[in-house]
Design a protein around this ligand. Structure first.
Ligand SMILES: Cc1cc2nc3c(=O)[nH]c(=O)nc-3n(C[C@H](O)[C@H](O)[C@H](O)COP(=O)(O)OP(=O)(O)OC[C@H]3O[C@@H](n4cnc5c(N)ncnc54)[C@H](O)[C@@H]3O)c2cc1C
Length: 306
């Protein structure tokens, strides 16, 4: 119930305006966002790399309806990739289709994501396309298929294990050689297309992980759930798949000790580092994932008022 309300709130432009005008919201959001500028994101990347953690940078933005805004976001990615190469950072990029123009036109999105993939290839890194709400699932899968058919072999996408359709998407995309990020899913989806029960989502997660680990592609397991992490590590051992064939991924500011513990255990771990001034929907989805975050946020607000 709370999750549904928050996911709906993440889409409200009125709430976005109110929240981003309140400095305390910005302060609390900083727990999950590296900063508003590329320089701040690169500083966070250097720090994480120094600890042995890989990074994927995400320039925040979604539901863009103006071509000029989508083009500006693509330029930020091109600049980020140039800096990643120049500084030799262990860093890839993550992009949202609706940030790079999918709501304007499919052609614009193909052009902009294609340009990011080409620059990423030149810089020796890869691109993961984030998976947004279910209205965009098919369009995102189609986008990956077109990009790969056009020769961009450094692109893959996220898939959400709460969706019933996901195993078919995993088979299709890994069959084309795409490396996928497996995650539970951060939106609120109806029960005719998505599992609602946590255990069912987790079991589906491990089934998708098995599809990836038994295939030829690199697996990217995005979760902070230590039970799933344990199940995947056991699965990898049973299938005799080494840590060079997969990595774990976590979000900036969440479960940092677990990220370092994984490195100590010989696993790879990549941190998703979001930056930019369009942090409101991302921040509210992080609140939706964990009621304790809402309490933390409300305490900060009341503390401020007192
Ligand atoms: C690298 C990465 C990329 C992602 N990309 C996408 C994407 O493209 N599309 C998409 O729909 N979803 C994406 N997600 C979000 C994902 O779908 C889940 O909503 C999110 O990861 C929470 O699920 P969980 O597997 O961590 O398990 P949970 O059971 O939700 O969490 C396990 C534990 O992790 C901690 N935790 C989890 N979330 C939070 C939080 N917000 N704040 C504080 N602690 C927390 C808590 O201790 C919790 O008990 C991504 C997640 C990661 C890590």
């Amino acid at each position: 119930m709370l999750r549904r309300a928050l996911v709906a709130a993440s889409r409200s432009s009125v709430l976005r305006r109110v929240a981003t005008d309140v400095p305390i919201t910005r302060n609390v959001a900083q727990r999950f966002v590296a900063g508003e500028t590329l320089e701040q994101a690169l500083a966070a990347t250097r720090e994480l790399n120094a600890k042995g953690l890989s990074v994927t940078l995400d320039h925040l933005g979604e539901s863009v309806t103006e071509e000029a805004v989508a083009r500006r976001s693509a330029e930020v990615y091109l600049e980020a990739l140039g800096r990643i190469a120049e500084e030799g950072l262990d860093c890839s990029v993550s992009v949202k289709p609706t940030s790079l123009g999918l709501d304007v036109s499919v052609e614009l999105c193909d052009e902009l994501v294609g340009s990011v993939c080409a620059e990423a290839a030149r810089c020796g890194t890869h691109v993961t396309i984030d998976m947004e709400g279910s209205d965009y699932t098919q369009a995102t899968v189609d986008l990956v298929v077109r990009l790969r058919e056009a020769g961009h072999d450094n692109v893959g996408c996220a898939v959400q294990t709460y969706l019933h359709r996901t195993p078919d998407d995993v088979r299709r995309l890994t069959g084309m050689g795409a490396s996928l990020r497996i995650c539970k899913g951060a939106y609120a989806e109806p029960d005719d297309i998505a599992y609602q029960d946590d255990d069912e989502v987790s079991d589906a997660y491990v089934r998708c992980a098995e599809l990836v680990l038994t295939g030829e592609t690199f697996g990217r397991f995005a979760t902070h759930d230590h039970r799933i992490i344990g199940r995947i590590r056991n699965l990898a051992r049973r299938l005799e798949v080494g840590p060079d064939r997969y990595e774990f991924q976590m979000l900036y500011g969440i479960r940092e000790p677990l990220q370092l513990e994984l490195l100590e255990r010989g696993e790879r771990c990549r941190v998703y580092v979001p930056f930019g001034d369009e942090w409101y929907p991302y921040f509210v989805r992080r609140l939706a994932e964990r009621p304790a975050n809402v309490v933390f946020f409300l305490r900060a607000l009341t503390g401020r008022r007192a």
